[in-house]
Design a protein around this ligand. Structure first.
Ligand SMILES: *Cc1c(COP(=O)(O)O)cnc(C)c1O
Length: 380
């Protein structure tokens, strides 16, 4: 999908030599590998990757090259894809709801770690998985700090989690706990609260945890002025685990999606029209790679270039920006501050677009096909 025969030095070089019939997704493998290594260096436990954030083969292969050996998967097709790319990888099936057929197939493909948040799903696992299987009970708390709340769909409250944990241990499976603080979580305190609650649940259950999976949620760089301080979050997780569990803490696992992959891709949309009155129409929008903007806000890390890749320097003005479909919801939230000399044919490059952009792409209204290009650097 990313033609190996050509690696461009940066997006500008590609733009100069293309007519721009489609939006372009730029992928910088070096950025992805650097971020994966940053997690592995800093996180006080095992780093796995949440495949749903971006299941692109090139992404998965580069993570493998960077040393990642564990993946959080949510479906049989994701498991089968990983088995092609990384036959020996540890796969954690942490979608808490699965059919019996999916459990059987996952077991067949060597998955030995599952999460649960209800008795109904735990009984399915007890009936179907071998004894050496880890079952992580997923807890939820009313914690803020993330861009949106994951607790509304999954997670058991403290009492249910205690009961599930006991049942896992009594059933002869390996007991662990897991949580997800919510995606794009910029507040390290969210992990700390969850880690303390996890220790309390384990104590109440009288069960010694094998592992504690602190989820994903690690923030990507979405606001130019505030790059995330991952190391501060890692340090807080390590300290909270020591304090909450004392002498014999469980091994830690994390499963970032966004935090690992977002920075490695930038999305370039072409200005199709600057309409009477100044509204800007792009060739990609909320049914395409910009799907997340209405939900978690637009990033302010974008730059406008002319059709041959040179930066537009005009004084910034506020513009309403629409996507290409005929649906009136296809509009970016609020306004963007674009150079006043924005013109038809220009290219608007959004940075930090590697997570939940291509994974959720639709072909609505005949749009949504992206060109892909591999680059050494995403700047310049
Ligand atoms: C989506 C998901 C993740 C990754 O979340 P990010 O916010 O992208 O880091 C991790 N674990 C589970 C169980 C998930 O569903």
């Amino acid at each position: 999908m990313y033609p190996a025969r050509q690696i461009w030095s940066d997006p500008a070089e590609f733009i100069r030599s293309h007519d721009g019939a489609r939006p372009v997704l730029f992928f910088a493998p070096s950025v992805l590998q650097d971020t994966a290594r940053r997690f592995q260096r800093g996180f006080p436990g095992r780093v796995t990757y949440a495949v749903k954030a971006n299941p692109d083969r090139a992404v998965l292969e580069n993570l493998w090259t960077a040393g990642l050996r564990g993946f959080d998967v949510a479906s049989v097709p994701e498991i089968e894809l990983l088995r092609e790319i990384a036959p020996d990888a540890a796969l954690h099936y942490n979608n808490p709801v699965r059919s019996r057929g999916e459990i059987a197939r996952a077991t067949e493909l060597g998955v030995r770690s599952f999460s649960v948040d209800s008795h109904s799903e735990l009984e399915k696992l007890l009936a179907l998985v071998p004894a050496s299987t880890e079952v992580s009970v997923r807890i939820r708390l009313p914690v803020k700090g993330a861009a949106y709340d994951f607790g509304s769909k999954f997670g058991a409250d403290a009492e249910l989690a205690r009961d599930l944990l006991r049942r896992v241990a009594a059933g002869g499976l390996i007991p662990s706990l897991t949580f997800h603080p919510g995606t794009q979580c910029t507040d390290a305190a969210a992990w700390e609260v969850y880690i303390r609650a996890s220790a309390a649940v384990a104590r109440a259950a009288g069960v010694r945890l094998s592992r504690l999976n602190v989820g994903g949620g690690f923030p990507a760089h979405r606001e130019a002025a505030s790059p995330p301080d991952l190391e501060a979050i890692f340090a807080r997780i390590a300290q909270a685990t020591r304090e909450a569990f004392g002498a014999a803490p469980p091994a830690l696992v994390c499963e970032p999606g966004r935090g690992i992959v977002a920075g490695s891709q930038s999305l370039a949309a072409r200005v199709r029209a600057v309409r009477d009155g100044g509204d800007v129409f792009l060739d990609d929008g909320v049914y395409g790679g910009l799907m997340e903007f209405p939900q978690i806000g637009a990033t302010d890390r974008y730059e406008l270039r002319d059709p041959v890749g040179r930066p537009r320097m005009g004084a910034r003005v506020e513009r309403v920006v629409f996507g290409p479909t005929c649906d009136s919801l296809d509009r970016l939230p609020g306004t963007l501050h674009l150079p006043g000399d924005v013109a038809e044919g220009d290219v608007l490059i959004f940075h930090g677009m590697g997570a939940y952009a291509t994974a959720t792409l639709t072909g609505f209204n005949g749009f949504g096909v992206l060109e892909r290009a591999t680059v050494r650097s995403l700047c310049g």
